[in-house]
Unconditional design. Structure first.
Length: 398
């Protein structure tokens, strides 16, 4: 049995991988969803109200053991839940901890940007204040706007998670013992019977990010520094540090394959695949977790064509118009003539603007309207699967 559970993580990601190995069910936890949000008039915290409740459904006896825990990158909608969970674990003695990780992988912001020259340390500390790290009420000298400010808030969350992992003796990304990134001739890693090939982030991409970070700190004027930092954390064309540094894994277990992408850019994943010289046969995967909640920016046609999958998973609830309607139509236009399944963690998805299908010209405003319109425009054996109302997760058995 191999199953991926995509939990109701609102507009974020929270995934449980379950499979059998040596007579036992093994579990991994990838990402933990965003901060608490008001849903239906009630506050919902993904890690506490969804993840832990789902674990209690699966297993009555504590602790819940994960062979691997991982945060793909430092965006709030991926990291917040696991930051909170690890803080809760530290608040109690080990025998009372409800969750146990045998191994944990996470690239913190400090790991990603690398050591800062002594001459830039003061400027780096100043930048850290405006990125949300200040806890004593100092006034930031640099302020980001819009999406840049929102994304940058995840930097101190990453620092907190990294500190928690050190206290839990889970730091260091073993057996990599370094930043997890694409490395030529790097052997596949094995975790409890599953083979893992790292397909992101690209080492060259990280080097560019480090160079941009140092140059941003070197700016002499506040407007120049603000502009440089804004660009580093902007989601325009998805050039933000967090998303471009997403850990991407090809997981092969029990004859099945899954490509777990975080918020990476599809063109980066294709480039990494080619750099690694991975065989074409492996591109036909069983399950593809769509990058960045189905953002069209992250899944260009070249990426969609490169990885023919059987199951496509969208973890989204309509925030930021994800999943993007053009991506849904593009995916069905390319692969809808095969027996594929599009999986959605939420049914109630509405878009800020109506979308007109390129084929058929039907105008749609929601996922509920779009799916039948796609069926009419692109008839074929493809189908959809939506998390049932009242269920904590969408279960996909491979």
């Amino acid at each position: 049995m191999v199953m991926l559970e995509a939990l109701n993580a609102l507009y974020g990601d929270c995934l449980i991988l379950r499979y059998d190995h040596e007579g036992q069910e093994r579990r991994w936890l990838i990402d933990g969803g965003p901060r608490a949000e008001t849903v239906g008039g009630k506050m919902l915290a993904v890690w506490k109200d969804v993840l832990l409740c789902r674990l209690e459904e699966i297993q009555k006896v504590q602790p819940f053991v994960f062979e691997l825990g991982m945060v793909s990158h430092i965006d709030d909608d991926h990291i917040n839940g696991l930051m909170a969970l690890t803080s809760d674990l530290l608040a109690v003695a080990p025998p009372a901890r409800v969750v146990k990780f045998n191994k944990f992988w996470f690239n913190s912001f400090d790991d990603l940007v690398g050591p800062t020259p002594a001459s830039l340390t003061a400027m780096r500390n100043d930048a850290a204040i405006q990125l949300g790290a200040d806890t004593v009420g100092r006034v930031p000298s640099v302020k980001l706007a819009g999406d840049g400010a929102a994304v940058a808030q995840s930097v101190p969350q990453g620092n907190k998670l990294a500190a928690n992992l050190r206290k839990l003796s889970l730091a260091g990304n073993p057996p990599f013992n370094d930043v997890i990134s694409v490395q030529k001739n790097q052997p596949a890693q094995t975790v409890a019977g599953a083979s893992i090939t790292i397909v992101g982030p690209l080492q060259k991409r990280l080097e560019k990010l480090r160079d941009k970070w140092k140059k941003a700190l070197q700016q002499q004027t506040t407007p120049a520094k603000t502009a440089a930092l804004q660009e580093l954390f902007s989601t325009r064309l998805d050039s933000s540090v967090p998303n471009l540094s997403s850990i991407v894994m090809l997981v092969e277990v029990a004859g099945r394959s899954l490509l777990l992408t975080g918020d990476a850019r599809g063109d980066d994943i294709v480039k990494a695949w080619k750099e690694l010289g991975l065989p074409d046969a492996k591109r036909k995967i069983d399950l593809l977790k769509m990058p960045h909640h189905g953002s069209k920016v992250n899944s260009p046609k070249s990426f969609i064509e490169f990885f023919p999958a059987t199951h496509y998973v969208f973890s989204a609830d309509g925030h930021y118009d994800n999943p993007d309607p053009p991506l849904l139509e593009g995916l069905v236009s390319v692969h809808g003539n095969r027996k594929i399944v599009l999986h959605f963690t939420n049914a109630d998805i509405n878009w800020s603007k109506p979308y007109v299908l390129k084929k058929g010209g039907v105008k749609v405003k929601s996922l509920a309207e779009m799916l039948p319109a796609l069926k009419a425009a692109y008839p074929g054996p493809w189908s959809e699967n939506i998390r049932p109302s009242g269920k904590l997760s969408l279960e996909i058995t491979l």
